[in-house]
Design a protein around this ligand. Structure first.
Ligand SMILES: Cc1ncc(C[n+]2csc(CCOP(=O)(O)OP(=O)(O)O)c2C)c(N)n1
Length: 520
């Protein structure tokens, strides 16, 4: 067995059975080993930002890591923005980054770079394997690190890859059980909830399951506390049959107003809320100054057990959750806009769909209008780095081949990782992509005025940096050019028909929805 074979065998034996790849010369022995070792599915992505986002989407839905194969520092560099999103979303990824052979590095060949330096900001764990005899052990360690909702980056020098490994494969140690929140902390939270002060419980973490949503609601009913998610939880169960929770608004002013009366805030798996950006004269911290916060559970804790224990501690086990009833909007007609798309989306959403939301301003109504749609999972853009949606849809669809994935995508955001369409076609993934073609960086028009730059009014050069029309992009042509069937909708009736057809069919499909900008 050579190093690469022992590495892949270790990954497979440790439950990592998928590799999103974009290789180069230094990774050829790894690529060769894919045919020698059974059990590793390999999905080619045509840009590294696609494969890192796909690994994120896969982890969110499969609840375990995929691996990536990246070519040296530049390949890893291209992957960083979506590794950032995965990191902020607490999702596990195992990156394998090829490097030159150890003895070749001294010559500073063209592709030589400080790979560890490139990796560090977006990785929790970075390690360069030293020899073929060590690589299996190192890979097992990488899987263990990733298993704790972390980004693990293992650098694989070419001679480590092609060298003999007399030690053979290894296996990652099983994950330790998540920490149970100590009884004293539960008791402290219960005291807060029993007080007659305004209390809110806020949940975030890796995933908010339907069970957790119901437990939150029951806690609210039992104690009178407000129950909420943070703004962009990585994954949350929504729709009919799930319980009613508040959501912290995105805009700082609205968020501050939303929780201005909260005197006690209990955080379950999320951090103390802060503004997404700083603005002149707007506080960074969302909670009121006098509010007492308790970080009850952190990301790695058993948050379900935490909520169950809390419910018992407040004597609330008889409380019933407030559940969303099934109710979908009527089909819209007339002009096409974010509201009519939201209505059609919520109307047709099939049971068990997975929604990937990078609609930015275009997707606002989709979220609001689908609260009572058929039950579904919603994946949010937790890290704020755009170019997330299409790749995450690839990974989610691979993780859940029997579920419809609906990707809500801003036209500006789509262009960062548009190559994901090709992987959707190649793997025949069941993804319906809706492009909100407003031909603007619409959210930045709003942000321009909110920051107060130039009195809130852009000059012609500033305006040109927010305008992505001229030339108008043809997403139908782009999709078809990558093997994805596509159509354009300019009225509500056209959108309704095209979206209904997309939901009916299996396989990738794109709708280019031409809409006015949110502020026109
Ligand atoms: C990697 C990265 N680059 C740039 C930005 C800044 N940014 C945030 S939103 C946005 C424009 C999004 O445009 P679009 O997807 O068309 O949505 P719209 O604002 O029109 O609703 C940009 C450039 C970012 N968040 N991440």
């Amino acid at each position: 067995m050579n190093g690469a074979e022992s590495l892949i065998q270790t990954l497979v034996d440790s439950g990592v059975e998928l590799c999103f790849t974009n290789p180069g010369t230094s990774e050829m022995h790894f690529v060769a080993a894919l045919d020698e070792v059974e059990g590793m599915r390999c999905v080619l992505c045509l840009f590294e930002g696609v494969l890192s986002g796909a690994a994120d989407g896969y982890a969110r839905m499969a609840r375990k890591p995929a691996s990536t194969l990246l070519h040296l520092g530049p390949g890893l560099g291209n992957a960083l923005a979506n590794l950032h999103n995965a990191k902020k979303g607490n999702q596990p990824v195992v990156n394998i980054v090829g490097d030159h052979a150890t003895y070749h590095l001294q010559y500073d060949a063209p592709l030589t770079s400080d790979i560890e330096g490139v990796a560090r900001p977006m990785s929790h764990w970075v390690y360069t394997s030293k020899s073929a005899g060590d690589i299996a052990r190192d890979a097992a360690r990488a899987v263990e690190e990733a298993g704790r909702n972390r980004i693990a980056t293992l650098i694989l020098p070419a001679d480590v890859s092609w060298g003999d490994n007399p030690n053979g494969a290894s296996t990652a140690a099983p994950l330790p059980a998540p920490r149970r929140v100590p009884a004293d902390d539960i008791a402290a939270a219960a005291e807060m909830l029993k007080s007659d002060q305004n209390t809110m419980i806020m949940i975030g973490a890796v995933e908010i399951t339907a069970q957790q949503v119901a437990l939150m609601s029951r806690l609210g009913k039992a104690t009178g506390a407000r129950v909420s998610t943070d703004t962009f939880p990585p994954r949350i169960a929504r729709g009919a049959g799930t319980a009613v929770l508040e959501r912290l608004p995105y805009l700082a002013e609205l968020a501050i107003d939303h929780i201005k009366d909260v005197e006690k805030l209990i955080l379950v798996g999320c951090k103390s809320p802060v503004s997404f950006f700083a603005y002149p004269d707007v506080p960074s911290v969302i909670g009121p100054e006098a509010c007492t916060e308790l970080a009850l559970a952190t990301v790695g804790d058993d948050t379900t057990a935490c909520l169950e224990d809390l419910l018992v501690a407040v004597g609330g086990t008889d409380a019933e959750p407030d559940l969303h009833e099934l109710s979908v909007p009527e089909l819209p007609s007339g002009d096409l806009g974010t509201d009519s798309i939201g209505a059609a989306f919520a109307h047709y959403m099939p049971e068990n769909a997975i929604v990937v939301d990078e609609g930015i301003t275009g997707g606002i109504y989709c979220h609001a209008m689908s609260a009572n749609s058929r039950p579904h999972d919603w994946l949010n853009q937790t890290g704020g780095s755009i170019g997330f949606g299409l790749p995450v849809a690839v990974g989610a669809a691979i993780a859940c081949p029997d579920r419809k994935v609906i990707c809500l995508e801003g036209d500006g955001s789509a262009m960062y990782t548009i190559q994901a369409l090709w992987s959707m076609a190649r793997e025949n993934l069941d993804v319906t992509v809706v492009i909100f073609s407003n031909r603007k960086y619409s959210i930045l028009e709003l942000e321009f005025s909110r920051t107060g730059a130039r009195g809130g009014v852009p000059g012609p050069k500033a305006a040109s940096t927010l305008d992505i029309g001229t030339p108008d992009m043809d997403f139908v042509a782009m999709a078809e050019g990558m093997g994805v069937s596509a159509s354009r909708a300019t009225t509500a009736e056209e959108f309704n028909a095209q979206f209904a057809a997309a939901i009916e069919q299996t396989g990738p499909r794109l709708i280019d929805a031409v809409i006015p900008t949110a502020w026109s």
